[in-house]
Design a binder for this molecule. Structure first.
Ligand code: CA
Ligand code: CA
Length: 145
């Protein structure tokens, strides 16, 4: 069994998915997580690749957010679509990154991902509040490389 499969227990995955649902109940933004062993290329370029691969650039408001995690590299990226980047500053995700990093340093990946998702949801809500027209445009699943 690969390490990526072992990385989170089924129960932990369910808790993370519940966090995605909760985060998306307050914003029209769409949050996804992709986990893989290692990035063979620059981690930002890889996050962009995965973003397109997961068709995250197809949301109506271009407000998808990918949390990309390369487990063995101990590296992660929060990648937001164009609709978000057009309205926020470059350091928009810093507070979300800080929260995640503090948990990751303690080896608590589940809590890092949960708090990261919830914080990203709060951040998104400021610019992309939920409205009754909103749909769940991207599946609330954890993607694995
Ligand atoms: Ca949505
Ligand atoms: Ca979704």
């Amino acid at each position: 069994m690969s390490k990526v499969e072992d990385f989170l227990s089924l129960e932990e995955e369910e808790q993370i998915i519940a966090a995605i649902r909760k985060a998306e109940s307050n914003t029209s933004g769409e949050i996804r997580i992709h986990i893989e062993h290692t990035s063979k290329i620059d981690v930002y370029e890889r996050a962009l690749e995965v973003f397109h691969y997961l068709k995250m650039d197809t949301t109506r408001l271009r407000n998808g957010v990918l949390i990309y995690l390369a487990v063995n590299d101990k590296n992660f990226v929060i990648f937001g679509d164009q609709g978000i980047n057009d309205v926020v500053s470059d350091n928009f995700w810093d507070s979300t990154k800080d929260i995640m990093l503090s948990h990751f340093k303690n080896g608590d990946f589940k809590q890092g991902l949960i708090d990261g998702v919830l914080k990203a949801g709060e951040q998104l809500e400021k610019h992309f509040p939920w409205d009754d027209m909103d749909k769940d445009e991207l599946p609330n699943k954890i993607s694995k490389g």
